[in-house]
Each structure stands twice: as structure tokens, then as C-alpha cells.
Design a protein around this ligand. Structure first.
Ligand code: FE2
Ligand code: FE2
Length: 154
């Protein structure tokens, strides 16, 4: 899976970028599961777990500490928040159809790439040194998902 963090990413943003890497891995795992015709309930269980353990918190931290650097009226921030809302709804759906899982993978993938390629560049440019230092202190990076036993993507 290709994912390359931009070289000049500030330390304070690198932890977010590593979480993005895990998010992109989720998209890849969902697609692998679908491709291999794994029971969708197994994929959905993992997606739910990942959402509650990782993603929900990642979205909240971005909204509380990262996006305010550009302000909530910023067009890119508004787009990112709207995408979070849509993803929250998709993850919370009690529906393990192929279409829903496919949509989750597509929209999460798109959202993360938008943040990495566009939004984070802008935040890094506009943030003050103090804001970045504070961010670095506040953000507790969410660890990897090694403990999930049902590795349907392998
Ligand atoms: Fe986000
Ligand atoms: Fe993000």
C-alpha cells in the first residue's frame, strides 16, 4: 500500500499523519476483505472497533485542536468537518452490506488524502510556533491495532 507522508511535515503533525496511515490501512483491509469475499459481518465488526478505538477520537482531536488554527469559517475546515459528519453517520449505520463498507472505504480514503495533501499543508503554513508546540503536547497518539485477532485481510 502506498502512503508517503510529506517530507517537511512538522513534528506536531506527524503523529496525526501516522494515524492517517492507520486509517488508510483500514480502507485497504476493508477492500481486501471484500475482494476475498470474507463475510461482511467480520469486516463490519473490525470497522466498528477501529472507529470507536481510533477514528472517533482522531476526528474529535482534529476538530478541537487542529482546525481552530484556520478557524471554523475556513472553507477547507468546513469541508473536513462535513466529511467527518458524513463518516460518523456511515460508521454508525447498523448495516454490513458490501455497498456500505465500500462507501466507508472510499470516503475515508478520500478524506484522509484531502487532509494530507491540502489541509495539513495549509495548517502547517499558517500555525504559529506556539500553536504547533501546544498541539504536540496535547495530542496523544492513538496506538496501532495489533490486538485485533480476526485478521480477515491476510
Ligand atoms: Fe479528519
Ligand atoms: Fe485526519
Amino acid at each position: 500500500m502506498e502512503f508517503q507522508e510529506p517530507i517537511h511535515r512538522h513534528t506536531a503533525l506527524r503523529s496525526f499523519s501516522r494515524e492517517h496511515h492507520h486509517g488508510l490501512l483500514l480502507c485497504w483491509k476493508i477492500r481486501e476483505g471484500l475482494k476475498n469475499k470474507v463475510a461482511t459481518s467480520r469486516i463490519k465488526q473490525y470497522a466498528d472497533w477501529f472507529y470507536h478505538q481510533h477514528l472517533a477520537q482522531h476526528f474529535d482531536v482534529e476538530e478541537q485542536h487542529l482546525f481552530p488554527i484556520l478557524g471554523k469559517n475556513n472553507k477547507m475546515v468546513r469541508q473536513a468537518i462535513a466529511e467527518h459528519q458524513r463518516l460518523r453517520v456511515l460508521f454508525m449505520l447498523d448495516n454490513d452490506s458490501v455497498d456500505t463498507l465500500d462507501l466507508i472505504a472510499a470516503e475515508l480514503d478520500h478524506h484522509i488524502r484531502f487532509e494530507e495533501r491540502v489541509l495539513f499543508g495549509e495548517i502547517q503554513q499558517r500555525a504559529t510556533r506556539e500553536q504547533l508546540l501546544l498541539l504536540d503536547e496535547i495530542h496523544q497518539e492513538i496506538p496501532d491495532d495489533n490486538q485485533w485477532a480476526d485478521r480477515f485481510w491476510e
